[in-house]
Design a protein around this ligand. Structure first.
Ligand code: HEC
Ligand code: HEC
Length: 327
């Protein structure tokens, strides 16, 4: 009974955000799907509860995964060392197109991943978000928590074709990778002050109430670390364009989204777990990734990321991030 009650409050909190979104009086200009793309409608928790073909034991596991996804802070200090939950970036319970829906990983993996140069499983993809976006370390492969999370991802993928890669609304990159020529810290700072600071704070640290995260941090110790996907300026720009300010998705101009992404990613944050002791050298070593970030470059007279601060994390390298090759 207690469990059901908790779930209900989570669901109604999410629903009230959606009500705000549909009441918004600003234009919502989300991108259109391209012809021939697969468009997925991920099932909801209501669908799960109504689906009698799901064994009650499986339903429990999926619900556990949903609960971990929505409130990953329950793993704080063990696997999570910042103020994020999975749903903080994968909005709409990880179901929403243009908001980094997570189900495509369940239908397109195992596959080769450029970021770590080997074939990744769904568990390893999730582990990546733990290591970078959550500034933490993954639950062990095959553990109850991993099983629950993967089950939730796979449930969201229900009825989607396997190994279909032409997926509408996947990821956060529809603005393309080319940073506009007029990019400037000062312009980004102005967009931030006008549209974002009210929730995320002038210092980017977000806001908490009674110890709970209400508005997540964008930089500083509680934020995603220097290895996270969102440190790529293009990824942050598209995320922001389609999802921020909260409840006004699509309301910023493309250029304003780029400017503010540039500004946010010019601020300090916990160290990249791949750090070699020298941010410039680490940038070069992982240049395919870091050519899209400002890490290891000179910003306002300082080399970004040249520090030993791992935020609240008492360690630097997650032991599970080991390269794997098959001869
Ligand atoms: C700080 C933001 C952030 C947080 C928090 C976060 N992620 Fe991610 N996640 C990303 C980004 C960025 C990508 C890459 C999207 C892209 O390819 O453009 C991603 C990708 C993924 C993918 C692959 C999706 C695909 O299309 O293949 C999965 C699965 C995923 N995340 C799961 C999780 C889980 C589970 C958690 C919580 C443990 C989590 N993420 C937390 C930002 C985040
Ligand atoms: C009305 C409050 C509000 C405003 C205004 C707002 N945000 Fe957010 N933002 C949120 C919330 C809440 C989340 C987490 C979403 C969730 O948990 O459902 C979030 C998440 C984010 C994230 C991903 C998570 C993280 O912490 O890194 C980024 C990046 C972000 N916002 C950037 C911005 C930018 C840039 C602006 C201004 C253009 C902005 N936000 C305006 C409330 C707001």
């Amino acid at each position: 009974m207690k469990h059901n009650f908790m779930l209900l409050t989570v669901v109604s909190a999410v629903m009230s955000t959606q009500v705000v979104a549909s009441d918004a009086k600003v234009p919502v200009n989300l991108p259109e799907s391209k012809p021939g793309q697969y468009v997925h409608q991920a099932p909801t928790i209501d669908d799960l509860m109504a689906d009698e073909s799901v064994h009650p034991e499986l339903r429990k596991v999926i619900l556990k995964g949903y609960d971990l996804f929505m409130n990953t802070q329950q793993l704080r200090g063990e696997y999570v060392f910042n103020d994020m939950s999975c749903k903080t970036c994968h909005m709409g319970e990880g179901r929403m197109n243009w908001s980094g829906p997570v189900w495509p990983a369940a239908t397109t993996l195992p596959d080769y991943r450029g970021k770590n140069k080997h074939v990744n499983s769904l568990e390893e993809r999730i582990a990546g978000c733990f290591a970078y976006s959550m500034n933490g370390q993954p639950p062990a492969y095959g553990s109850d928590d991993m099983l629950a999370l993967t089950a939730y991802h796979q449930w969201l993928a229900k009825s989607a074709p396997v190994y279909e890669k032409n997926i509408s609304g996947r990821g956060f990159s529809h603005l393309g990778k080319q940073i506009p020529d007029d990019i400037s810290y000062a312009k980004g700072e102005a967009v931030y002050a006008a549209n974002c600071a009210i929730c995320h704070g002038n210092d980017g640290a977000g806001q908490k109430k009674d110890g709970k995260v209400v508005f997540p941090p964008l930089w500083g110790d509680g934020a995603y670390n220097w290895g996270a996907g969102l440190t790529r300026v293009f990824t942050a720009a598209s995320f922001i364009k389609n999802n921020m300010p909260l409840s006004k998705p699509g309301s910023l101009s493309d250029n304003d989204a780029w400017q503010v992404a540039w500004y946010i990613n010019s601020q300090e944050r916990p160290q990249d777990p791949r750090y070699t002791g020298d941010a410039r050298a680490t940038r070069e070593q992982f240049i395919d990734f870091h050519k899209h970030t400002r890490y290891g470059t000179d910003v306002n007279g300082k080399v970004l990321g040249q520090h030993d601060n791992t935020g609240e994390k008492p360690f630097l390298k997650p032991s599970n991030l080991k390269p794997r090759t098959f001869e």
